[in-house]
Design a protein around this ligand. Structure first.
Ligand SMILES: C[S@@+](CC[C@H](N)C(=O)[O-])C[C@H]1O[C@@H](n2cnc3c(N)ncnc32)[C@H](O)[C@@H]1O
Length: 226
């Protein structure tokens, strides 16, 4: 049986995946402030804040009870693993050995997120990315992982442009977006129009990163305030 997910997909990548996906350096983690947009059940905020870093996470679902989010994350992780089984050859198995390894790794992130979300709710702000509840330039680096450019069938171009505008508004330095491919090396149809629009107001660069799970997914988009 396949489980169909209704509403936002609530999953969580790990601290280590974030470091690699966004090519974050030790220096940046020590000296910059971060906003993780559509942070879901990622353990990035928990790990960075615990280590003394400055970070805030924002997500549409952060008004929910910790136990509700914990079970949503587990349910969505199960559904993800089931949906990947028949198409696993389309993915790169270098970071994860296999689906069991992926499940274990992401379950740990979910657990770390759950503990931090329960104990430090101030780090987790409910908000819609199209109207971020933050001041202009409030954070140095603004991140978005696995929301933009992968759900063309659910999130339209207008949504992508509004979110990119908002992320740039609240960043003092730059926005980083990962990944830029959907699956089987297919690029989102919104990347080109988004690139054209954002390059009128900022400097854009594609940067190679040392992480790849979706084939062809070894690049992040960096949007720098000019
Ligand atoms: C697939 S998850 C990715 C989570 C995390 N960034 C990661 O890479 O593991 C996408 C997240 O975006 C959130 N989301 C979707 N639409 C949103 C919106 N308009 N505003 C804020 N968060 C949103 C969902 O609730 C979900 O937690």
């Amino acid at each position: 049986m396949t489980t169909k997910i209704v509403g936002p997909i609530f999953t969580g990548r790990s601290w280590d995946e974030y470091l690699k996906m966004f090519k974050l350096t030790r220096e940046e983690l020590k000296t910059r402030s971060f906003l993780d947009c559509g942070a879901g059940a990622s353990s990035f905020t928990a790990c960075l804040a615990t280590g003394g870093g400055r970070v805030q996470a924002v997500d549409l679902l952060y008004d929910r009870d910790p136990l509700v989010l914990k079970s949503l994350c587990q349910e969505h992780l199960e559904a993800l693993v089931k949906s990947l089984e028949p198409i696993k050859r389309e993915f790169e198995w270098s970071y994860f050995r296999d689906l069991n390894h992926l499940k274990e790794h992401r379950s740990r992130s979910c657990q770390e997120f759950y503990q931090d979300y329960s104990q430090n709710p101030n780090r987790y702000q409910k908000g819609d990315l199209t109207r971020l509840p933050f001041a202009d330039s409030e954070f140095d680096i603004v991140l978005s992982s696995h929301l933009l450019f992968i759900y063309d069938h659910r999130l339209d171009l207008d949504f992508h442009l509004q979110v990119l505008d908002e992320m740039l508004r609240v960043s003092g330095e730059e926005v980083r977006v990962y990944p830029l491919v959907k699956h089987a090396k297919k690029t989102s149809e919104f990347l080109k129009p988004a690139w054209q629009r954002m390059s009128m107001v900022a400097e854009l660069e594609l940067v190679k990163v040392n992480y790849q799970f979706r084939r062809g997914g070894n690049q992040m988009l960096v949007i720098r305030k000019s």
